[in-house]
Design a protein around this ligand. Structure first.
Ligand SMILES: N[C@@H](CCC(=O)N[C@@H](CS)C(=O)NCC(=O)O)C(=O)O
Length: 213
């Protein structure tokens, strides 16, 4: 969605309930996962594949022009599932103790990312490659969005030791393409999901204030 928005593509969104996946969705999504992009009746799946398709077919290019830089950007997008595990390992946990373990484990991945930003960018940002939003930004932003909601209650301060990552996350979370990429009730739905799955962080959002947090 961030890539679509960055390229000003006109699109319609259909949200589905992942706990009751409709048949039409299961027919077009082989792994039963979102997102799926329907391009004139051709379903595309896997965020990376969709984003790459959009970058090849719709201007402006979000990937760097320089092939070496582009390859390194792709390498950091490949690191995303591992990185995401570092953050979700903090909030997809069932107790305070598990949160603390997650906080202890996350810096190994955050250090790699901090070093990558320092090395790849060579300027003040605010995005992964500098002044322009790029594909790496689009990949990481959703994970920073989710972490920010959880950490508004956990207050781990885990990003404090990683100033470049922290500033990057802050920039992404105040970028229109990112903030507008989720449904208006996204925060509320995310918190409801944390509660439903009985994660410890869910207990920190009380029923009355969840919608406002
Ligand atoms: N590798 C996939 C992962 C997508 C993914 O995990 N989607 C989750 C929601 S964020 C999903 O559809 N989960 C439903 C399920 O696994 O049943 C991608 O990047 O598109």
């Amino acid at each position: 969605m961030i890539v679509l928005r960055a390229k000003a593509v006109k699109f319609d969104v259909t949200y589905i309930n992942l706990r009751e996946k409709p048949d039409w969705f299961l027919k077009i999504s082989p792994h039963g996962k979102v997102p799926v992009l329907d391009v004139d009746g051709e379903p595309l799946y896997e965020s990376n594949a969709i984003s790459e398709f959009l970058d090849e077919t719709v201007k402006p290019r979000l990937h760097p022009e320089d092939p070496v830089k582009r390859a390194r950007n792709r390498a950091w997008t490949d690191f995303l599932p591992d990185f995401a595990k570092g953050l979700s390992g903090i909030y997809y946990t069932k107790s305070k103790e598990e949160v603390a373990e997650g906080v202890k484990a996350a810096p190994a991945r955050l250090t790699k990312l901090e070093q990558a930003i320092a090395r790849e960018r060579g300027n003040d940002g605010p995005y992964f490659n500098g002044r322009a939003l790029c594909m790496v930004d689009a990949g990481y932003a959703p994970f920073f969005q989710r972490f920010a909601i959880a950490d508004s209650k956990l207050k781990t301060g885990v990003l404090d030791a990683f100033p470049l990552v922290k500033a990057w996350s802050k920039a992404l979370l105040s970028t229109d393409e990112v903030t507008g990429s989720v449904a208006p009730e996204f925060d509320e739905a995310f918190v409801a999901n944390l509660k439903r799955r009985e994660f410890y962080v869910g207990t920190l959002f009380d029923a009355q204030s969840a919608a406002a947090d």
